[in-house]
Design a protein around this ligand. Structure first.
Ligand SMILES: Cc1ncc(C[n+]2csc(CCOP(=O)(O)OP(=O)(O)O)c2C)c(N)n1
Ligand SMILES: [Mg+2]
Length: 365
């Protein structure tokens, strides 16, 4: 899966871990505290998800649970670059992005438990985290379905004359959906400030990229639409930030869309209910864990930079675990929605009967 890092903006050779991305201005400008915050966020995502897995195994959570473990540098790196008018939308593997944009883990855990205190009032679950006030637009279960919506966010920015960008995340399986190509076409045709971020973790459920996608690379498909594109090594948060910074500027300053493919890896099965034994080897997973784990990679860099110490690493970890436990306690103690809540927040008109204009029945009896 390792590809040559390249881009239409600036050609460069594949860069090994520990390369010059730390010196890119966007990273060089980071204060010590900001570096620690990036590290802490990645660890908070991991500990939150490990805790949610235990809750799932303890039958506290039902339905789907798609874990992001292994991919943390992508969401944290990208979302750390967000300005006031930048927006994010993603698929069902959405916990990492939610924590990265600053959502409260108590409301996130409660959502997994199906409790009324959840961010979607317990009616969305793992795949439907939303926080419009943080420019976070979900959380979508239809593969590729969020991509036209993310393009619409960019359209709205341009229409309103706002200087911002939409980051529309998808997996390597989503790139073959027709709606993705319709979105690419309109984004390029209308010069919309959107970045299509392909989180390439190598697999769509149990199907490897080689078995599902034609062509030399997923990002290069942008050329067919005259869009810029780039690739990057998603295990190094400095590289994610340095790469995405360029494409975000292109979107914000010149209203140009692009496709960025970020190599990453998930350690867990597609969802926790899926068997993970047939399509990849244990050795492959172990190799990633041992050599490319994004948290370990960043931890080593920060220790080398003198930003982190072993004691501090331990303290951050203890705090992240305590936060996850607190979120689970909160979720456990929260009530479930009532039967009456089922029809709330579904149709605006049924929540505002005095302002209703349509006729007919909104719900089945
Ligand atoms: C339109 C549609 N087709 C099929 C599915 C079933 N499905 C759910 S996830 C998935 C794989 C997607 O893989 P990828 O885009 O690589 O994302 P990842 O799970 O790796 O994050 C499929 C086929 C779906 N949810 N929606
Ligand atoms: Mg995938």
């Amino acid at each position: 899966m390792s590809k040559k890092a390249t881009s239409t903006i600036e050609k460069k050779d594949a860069a090994p871990i520990g390369s010059s991305f730390a010196q890119a201005q966007i990273n060089a400008d980071l204060t010590k505290g900001e570096r620690i915050d990036l590290y802490r966020k990645m660890l908070r995502i991991r500990r939150f998800e490990e805790r949610s897995l235990r809750a799932y195994q303890g039958k506290k959570i039902g339905g789907f649970l798609h874990l992001y473990i292994g991919q943390e540098a992508v969401a944290v790196g990208c979302c750390s670059l967000m300005g006031k008018n930048d927006h994010v939308i993603t698929a069902y593997r959405d916990h990492g992005h939610a924590i990265a944009v600053g959502m409260d883990t108590k409301a996130l855990m409660a959502e997994l438990y199906g409790k009324v205190t959840g961010c979607s009032k317990g009616k969305g679950g793992s795949m439907h985290y939303f926080a419009p006030s943080l420019n976070y637009w979900g959380g979508h279960g239809i593969v590729g379905g969020q991509i036209p919506l993310g393009t619409g966010l960019a359209y709205a920015l341009k229409y309103r004359g706002l200087k911002g960008a939409s980051m529309a995340f998808m997996g390597d399986g989503a790139v073959n959906q027709g709606a993705v190509h319709e979105a690419y076409n309109l984004a390029a045709l209308w010069d919309l400030p959107v970045i299509f971020v392909v989180e390439n973790n190598g697999y769509s459920m149990g199907t490897s990229q080689d078995r599902s996608s034609a062509g030399p690379g997923l990002a290069q498909r942008a050329e067919a639409y005259g869009m810029n594109w780039g690739t990057c090594f998603g295990h190094d948060i400095y590289e994610v930030r340095a790469t995405m910074d360029k494409f975000l500027k292109l979107a914000r300053d010149e209203s140009k869309p692009s496709v960025v493919e970020i190599d990453t890896y998930r350690y867990r099965g597609h969802s926790v209910a899926d068997p993970d034994k047939t399509y990849r080897t244990r050795d492959e997973i172990e190799e990633y864990r041992r050599t490319k784990d994004p948290i370990q990679v960043f931890q080593q860099k920060l220790i080398a930079e003198g930003v982190l110490t072993d004691v501090f690493v331990e303290q951050i970890d203890t705090e992240a675990k305590a936060e996850a436990d607190l979120a689970a306690d909160f979720a456990e103690a929260s009530p479930f929605p009532t039967t009456d809540d089922i029809q709330k927040d579904v149709y605006w008109e049924s929540d505002h009967p005095d302002r209703r204009t349509s006729k007919g029945r909104l719900f089945f009896d």
